[in-house]
Design a protein around this ligand. Structure first.
Ligand code: AMP
Length: 283
């Protein structure tokens, strides 16, 4: 019978395990998650297992990256199911601290990223990346990994974390994983659980709209025209509101200049009923 992966909830207990692994000269990879694990998360864990001797998956629904009107209380949670999945792929340790373990009373130190954190998600969710950068800095200092694996699904988050690690000289490497998609193209996400059956049928239109831009950008000197066509496609399909649908420089997330040699990235956030979906592809 397979062993059940150990869940650790206290920093002292975590530190003692990490220190043993370090003495044994084991390398460590961390996969930070908010739980409700799906195949997208598991694909990152597979990368982690290839990279390091020991794999830690953190499960923490971080209140500081949700604003007041967001879905913190209804965010899906399934620790039992998560533990079962992680045990089946033999993760070494689950780090699942309580909110008070991460943010004790009088917690007053935040990491406030600028640069690539300011646009796109940063405009619509102003404190989001401060919450993300603060919790990731803490997760890195708690687990002391050689590698941390992040998905391209949250492409801007990946850029913000790379910037954080570079700017603060944090001693770890960031590794990215490709987006895992359902058969119809919808990017896997814990938030897909919110969709009604009808909305689930409409949801792949987001990926189609991104592909429309990528396809038309090849022939259009004017990217705005390709973007407007994709916006129309998305609204016609039944999306309620588009927060952004944009082509950006893939590294800085600043303006994309077609004549330059840099890579482009197409990113979108749009509302389907009460659910906000995000997705992106390379140009
Ligand atoms: P979350 O639990 O949504 O905070 O995501 C935890 C990590 O899993 C982040 O690095 C996400 O980018 C990544 N992730 C989420 N969905 C996917 C997906 N469909 N494919 C690849 N990575 C994903």
């Amino acid at each position: 019978m397979q062993e059940t992966t150990k869940i650790i909830r206290k920093i002292n207990a975590l530190r003692s395990i990490i220190s043993t692994w370090r003495q044994e000269k084991k390398t460590i990879a961390l996969v930070p998650t908010m739980g409700a694990l799906h195949e997208g998360h598991l694909s990152l864990i597979k990368i982690a297992k290839q990279k390091a001797d020991k794999v830690i998956v953190s499960i923490f629904v971080n209140p500081k990256q949700f604003s007041q009107n967001e879905d913190l209380t209804r965010y899906p949670r399934d620790e039992k199911g998560d533990r079962y999945k992680l045990s089946s792929i033999m993760t070494d340790l689950i780090w699942a601290p309580s909110i008070s373990e991460i943010y004790p009373d009088n917690f007053s130190t935040f990491v406030i990223p600028q640069g690539c954190a300011l646009s796109l998600e940063g405009e619509f969710r102003p404190d989001h990346f401060t919450g993300v950068a603060t919790v990731c800095t803490k997760l890195f200092s708690q687990t002391m990994p050689d590698y941390a694996i992040f998905g391209e699904k949250d492409y801007q988050q990946l850029c913000v974390i790379r910037q954080l690690v570079r700017d603060l000289n944090l001693p770890l490497s960031i590794v990215s994983g490709k987006i895992s998609r359902e058969k119809d193209g919808l990017a896997r996400s814990s938030r897909n659980l919110y969709l009604t059956t009808k909305e689930r049928g409409i949801a792949p239109a987001l990926y189609s709209a991104l592909k429309t831009i990528a396809k038309n950008a090849k022939y259009e000197a004017n990217l705005d025209k390709a973007i407007n066509l994709a916006k129309k496609e998305l609204l016609d399909a039944g999306f309620r509101k588009i927060d952004y649908l944009a082509v950006r420089d893939a590294h800085t997330l600043g303006p994309y200049i077609p004549s330059s040699k840099t890579d482009g990235r197409i990113l979108a956030a749009a509302w389907l009923g009460k659910t906000r979906l995000i997705d992106n592809i390379s140009l």
